[in-house]
Design a binder for this molecule. Sequence first.
Ligand SMILES: [Mn+2]
Length: 362
Amino acid sequence: MLTVICRRGLSSALRNYRTLSSTKRSSSISGEESELRGDGAIRRKDPLGFTIEQTYASVLSFLRRNYTRDLTNIDVAVTGIPLDLATTYRPGARFGPQAIREVSPQVANRKPYPEGIDLFADLAVVDYGDCWFDLSQPHTIPTAIETHARKIIDQNVFLLSLGGDHYSTYPLLKAHVSRHGKPLSLIQFDAHCDTWPDESSNSINHGSMFYYAVREGLIDPQTSIQIGIRTFNDDFMGVKILDAEWVHQHSVNDVAEEILNRVGNRPTYLTFDIDCLDPAFAPGTGTPVCGGLTMAQSMSILRRLGSINYVGMDIVEVSPPYDQSNITSLAAATIGYRFLCLLRNKKIIDKSFSFGNYSNYK
Ligand SMILES: [Mn+2]
């Protein structure tokens, strides 16, 4: 199937889709649309709509969105956090953002199923590029990530971050708290709770960032929840746990209901560690644990979480050197895409929703 062209609107998308599916496809594309074939990420001016692309070529950006740092009239900025210094077992998550971008055009190539919505006709999403930090000065990296995130958030733009190891969520949480106040509620899909104690200051540790976050009041454990856990901790710090066994013994409706009840309408940060998935569905990750969620379970649960008042989201721990046939990066790109569908519906259906401004929910 060929890529759909859509400059603006559903009718245009349908018209061009039919055109491309016909035998006259090349002669039917004219004018400006013809000139915008390929490399739309750097050539397209309008942040809305699609331009024609080959899914296997051209400039990489997440879901073929404009690659820019101009956030004028933008709803969502996607950024990469190419960090893996905190990894305790298998490194490689620094390659995660680029690998997710690489597979993402295939995900964006069709309307989402089953909604069939024209996602990018309504939601202005750009790829902001990656966070830059100096690997030779590791103690400066947390601040570099926080500062990078704040530049985006402070422009009232929703931030979707692609990791990178899970430590990056800690400076990201700090950035979101600086904008929205604390504490935030946390929804965490993960094999690991990441609340293991670490009393040393300034550790860069991807197993303790939520220990810090609870202790510092960045997140409220009483309104936070972790899904897919299958590693032990003597103290989960009051965060509600739906472990992998619980998820497997219940329906996706049950899981979603527990999550919705836990966070209510509070400002909520969503972190999706790809190792929440079973290694069969996400082999390319730093610390895989058997017995995890399927991709089907995860997508079904996420689809039911559209009413939540999200302030930010990240997808972390994709380690491409350990991946097979892009299974893991495809899962990450799909989760990001599905999440953007939720935000699109917020914008279109829930008129009270304002990206980056959640004062009406406090
Ligand atoms: Mn994990």
